[in-house]
Design a protein around this ligand. Sequence first.
Ligand SMILES: [Zn+2]
Ligand SMILES: [Zn+2]
Length: 264
Amino acid sequence: MKFKFTDYHVHTAKWSADIEDNGPNFEDYIKIAEKNEINVCFLEHYELYSIEKDKTNPFYNGNIDNYLEELDEIKETYDFIYCGLEVEYYKDREIELLEFMDDYEKELDFIGGTIHEWISGYPITSKKKLIKFLEKKRMKEIIDEYFETSEMMINSQIFKNICHIDTIFRYINENDIKPEEDCDISEERVLELGRLCIKNNLCIEYNLSGKRFPIGRPFPSKTIIYQLLKEGGKFFVGSDSHSLDYFESQITNVKEAYKYLNSI
Ligand SMILES: [Zn+2]
Ligand SMILES: [Zn+2]
């Protein structure tokens, strides 16, 4: 790769359904990345249930081959681009996920395992959907299920890299949707997930997207990152950009994050 540091987590409008059609695409990010001397890994959402059911999903109907082709072409011109995917884990789809990894792991530069939802249609990373989910299920249960599902994903060893390990707190935190009294929101709990990653030899994301939300901290927090580093944790850094402005504003922070990781 051309540059020293890599932002491993960037989404485009064409390939990630949670960005407006007029949002940024490969070339837009590439221009800024080149100017600011940082490698970029495109890490688009890849969610089995949505891909199978939703014709508007960018990866519907085997479109992954077009994604790979497009990026292959771009990589012929630019030597600071990685082709990746943020693949949603579903506990009832482990066999299909393993098959997917068999077929595509070699074609991609980087794959991150991730959890946004465990009941299709109720992602905890959308505030609107989370509020709906909270009408159906108690907050304590939602948080417990998030941690249980995360444990399953990590222990499954399907993925070598794990994205934003405590993203359940994107909206459930003191600055936003306040945690109810019986909820276990302890740092210890997140640390245990991190330790499980270390035990399974998986890389953990230092995800900078928290700056966009009232929580205002990375996922996981700096204290947890520090502790996990001390215990031998390996990290990659991602801005989780869904817009050009955010991407550009985070480049210095991505570089600083790597310097911090290397200093411990
Ligand atoms: Zn994500
Ligand atoms: Zn993402």
